[in-house]
Design a protein around this ligand. Structure first.
Ligand code: ADP
Length: 447
């Protein structure tokens, strides 16, 4: 500022001096005053030009050379240039933050959609577009009510009370492939709303499975309990002979045994679900597994086939058992093998054939397969047969002490060991249940 004042005064003095010198001595004061005024005018014009060039510079877009480098206007330009740079940096950082924020919302497993006060879509992420069947590029600024035509959602939108969520069928919903989407609005700003969408198909399915499971368990336990209570009452109220008492006690013991097996299978399943995967460190000799599976199978067949009927033809065929070890849980593998053999025996009528085999496969895996000449299973049942409590032949299952959990246990065990369960069956001819254990769980001992 001082510099500006000094240059102004210097300019005035120079002008006055020049004016005084230029005119004759008698016109000294007139000359000095005219010079003073003219120099002030020149100074003002130059200053105006510099100010205008700064103004013009400010109006230009993009990279531009600074018009004035010194004096007051130079300072102003410099200050403005710094402020502009700072503003650009802040703008860039803001845009970057917004981009990161939008990317985070894009990565969300839930859908996010913003509506303006007129129910028009302002923005939405990919997930919301997928849930609601919206095409982002085409449908921005469209009315949400025109795009999501579910009557429940329309009612929810018009009611204007958003404390609870509304559930609608998703875009890809089919009767055999349900897709359920939950929507909830959250008001913000001036009349604006945030719409959150969630795919709750899996939650609804697992909730339905849990309900079914509880209902099934209750049903399975209630039946033997009712029978037991009936027998207890009979024993308490009727005068029975010793023979009759023994008969009833035998039947009661059967029902108690049935409940015990059911509880055991339920505990096995819950252990399978809750415990860590079997390690590759514990090696179990295949021969041990095989021997106990054969002993159990033969004992079960002898128990189920009445003496007057032809026994099952049981064939146990294995190669390389003595040198083979498998990595995993002995108890789990034992239970999977026994369940398959027990099913084949229980569902194959007396006189039928049950063939149990253990083979090494060319790529180092081993296969355990049980083939029977039982009733076979219709193709429509096969995909569901490993579900808990799913039974094709309900009465045969109960008669032979089945719980409906055997194949669910086998499937779990095989999956936990990295293997694969296969089921082939021809109705009226028989079935083949097999599982393959992967090569990294199989070890052949050197002899
Ligand atoms: P369950 O205890 O009832 O045998 P599983 O889970 O072991 O329960 O088997 C489910 C259903 O699959 C059985 O109820 C039965 O209808 C059918 N099933 C299983 N194995 C065989 C088989 N070898 N032959 C025919 N049907 C079978």
């Amino acid at each position: 500022m001082l510099w500006r004042f000094l240059t102004f005064v210097a300019c005035l003095l120079a002008g006055a001096s020049l004016g005084a010198i230029a005119l004759p001595e008698r016109l000294f004061w007139q000359g000095a005053c005219t010079g003073l005024l003219l120099s002030a005018l020149v100074w003002f014009c130059l200053d105006l030009i510099r100010g205008l060039s700064v103004l013009h510079w400010l109006q230009l877009d993009g990279v531009k050379e600074v018009p004035v480098r010194w004096g007051l206007w130079g300072h102003v330009t410099d200050r403005i240039r710094r402020l502009l740079r700072q503003h650009d940096r802040e703008k860039q950082a803001g845009a970057q933050r917004l981009q990161q924020f939008l990317s985070a919302i894009q990565a969300s497993p839930n859908g996010v959609l913003l509506l303006d006060a007129e129910d028009r879509i302002e923005w939405c992420n990919e997930m919301a577009a997928q849930h609601l069947g919206i095409e982002i590029a085409r449908d921005l600024a469209q009315l949400i009510g025109n795009l999501v035509r579910d009557p429940d959602f329309s009612a929810y939108l018009h009611r204007g009370q958003y404390e609870t969520e509304v559930v609608i069928a998703g875009r890809d919903h089919r009767p055999n492939h349900p897709v359920r989407i939950s929507l909830q609005m959250f008001p913000y700003g001036e009349g604006r709303r945030l719409l959150l969408t969630r795919d709750i198909t899996a939650i609804e399915q697992s909730e339905a499975m849990r309900r079914d499971f509880v209902a099934n368990v209750s049903h399975e336990i209630r039946t033997p309990l009712t029978v037991l209570a009936g027998f207890v009452e009979t024993l308490q109220t009727l005068p029975l002979t010793a023979l009759e008492r023994d008969k009833y006690l035998g039947l009661m013991s059967q029902q108690a045994q049935r409940m015990q097996t059911l509880v055991q299978d339920l505990l096995t399943l819950s252990r399978l679900e809750g415990s860590p995967l079997p390690t590759h460190q514990e090696w179990v000799p295949a021969l041990t597994l095989w021997q106990s599976c054969e002993a159990e199978g033969r004992a079960l067949s002898a128990m189920l086939v009445p003496a007057e009927e032809a026994a099952h033809a049981m064939v146990f065929e294995a190669d390389g058992l003595e040198t083979c070890e498998v990595a995993g849980s002995r108890a789990e593998l034992q239970s999977a093998m026994s369940n398959l053999v027990s099913n084949a025996i229980r569902y194959t009528p007396a006189g039928g054939r049950v063939h149990v085999a253990w083979h090494a496969l060319p790529e180092g895996q081993v296969e355990f397969a049980v083939t029977d000449t039982g009733p076979g299973i219709a193709p429509e049942h096969i995909p569901r047969i490993t579900e808990r409590f799913y039974r094709v032949d309900r009465s045969r299952s109960r008669e032979t002490g089945g719980t409906g959990l055997g194949l669910a246990i086998v499937k779990h065990v095989v999956q936990r060991h990295g293997g694969q369960l296969s089921i082939q069956s021809v109705l009226g001819q028989g079935s083949r249940f097999s599982f393959v254990l992967p090569a990294d769980r199989v070890h052949q001992l050197q002899r």
